[in-house]
Design a protein around this ligand. Sequence first.
Ligand SMILES: Cc1cc2nc3c(=O)[nH]c(=O)nc-3n(C[C@H](O)[C@H](O)[C@H](O)COP(=O)(O)O)c2cc1C
Length: 316
Amino acid sequence: MQNRITSLFGTEYPIVQAGMIWCSGWRLAAAAANAGCLGLIGAGSMYPDVLREHIQKCKQATKKPFGVNVPMLYPKIEEIIQIIVEEGVKVVFSSAGNPKTWTSFLQEKGITVVHVVSNLKFALKAQEAGVDAIVAEGFEAGGHNGREETTTMVLIPMLREAVQIPLIAAGGIGSGPSMLAAMALGAEGVQIGSRFAASAESSAHENFKNAIVAAGDGETQLSLKGLTPVRLLKNKFFQQVFEAEQRGASKEELQEILGRARAKRGMFEGDLDEGELEIGQISGSIHSVQTVDEIVRTIVNDYQKSLNMLCNSSKG
Ligand SMILES: Cc1cc2nc3c(=O)[nH]c(=O)nc-3n(C[C@H](O)[C@H](O)[C@H](O)COP(=O)(O)O)c2cc1C
């Protein structure tokens, strides 16, 4: 499975394990790297010294390529970038911010830069900023999301037509057939979040992993559109936000309901009522917590099977 994405990262498969707050520490990133994917440490929920520790542990746990996801709105961004450079990280996935700010600085240090976008306008901006590849994340995805609500099915072909640099699809992908579909639409790789959030090596709390497995069709919704849109599992906290939004609550009111450390409380500490539980629509198709190696082997085998099936059916 060699293409521009595997050459860019030096991986066996064009699969990226997404950077996810409270889920993707060194254990998950190293397991994904060892399984042949690009593993990402999610810096968004880490203090700078914690990030340094995770990078160092990841380097000990794998000799294969891994990177760091950096949400650009992070308050201590300069410190985070400094640590990434000092620790010799080779790949940065930036999100939630202007790709112009850090791209050339990082590239001058020999770091490959990929930027996450959810619409055409930002894809063109990212390409113009000189990033090495783009992740196009559709409406189905877990975590923070685009206001436009463009689905992966629509977003990938739209961006494929407009950008020349390598394109990675994200949002709603967690199986071999869905990876194949993304590649058919024009992606050259996939970024998978929710499926890995519910893996054995994810640092998410067991309660959260079990809630992902238990979730069915229609049990997530894009919320907080007035603030920063995020796809959430429908729990008590979600209901509170939903009701506030229905009655036209102000930004300040929503901010107060959100409060501080809600995401940590839900995803890391396992408070399923009061915590914020970020997860994608694909949670409805996740039926067990498996190891990263099992997940990747299943995806790769099923991808090949689906591809063969399509080739054979088109011959017949
Ligand atoms: C629990 C969780 C936390 C996330 N945190 C981040 C983050 O810190 N930075 C980021 O760029 N994207 C984040 N995302 C989005 C993922 O990186 C990825 O693009 C998305 O999960 C892909 O869609 P999927 O969940 O359908 O696989 C998060 C997603 C989840 C499920």
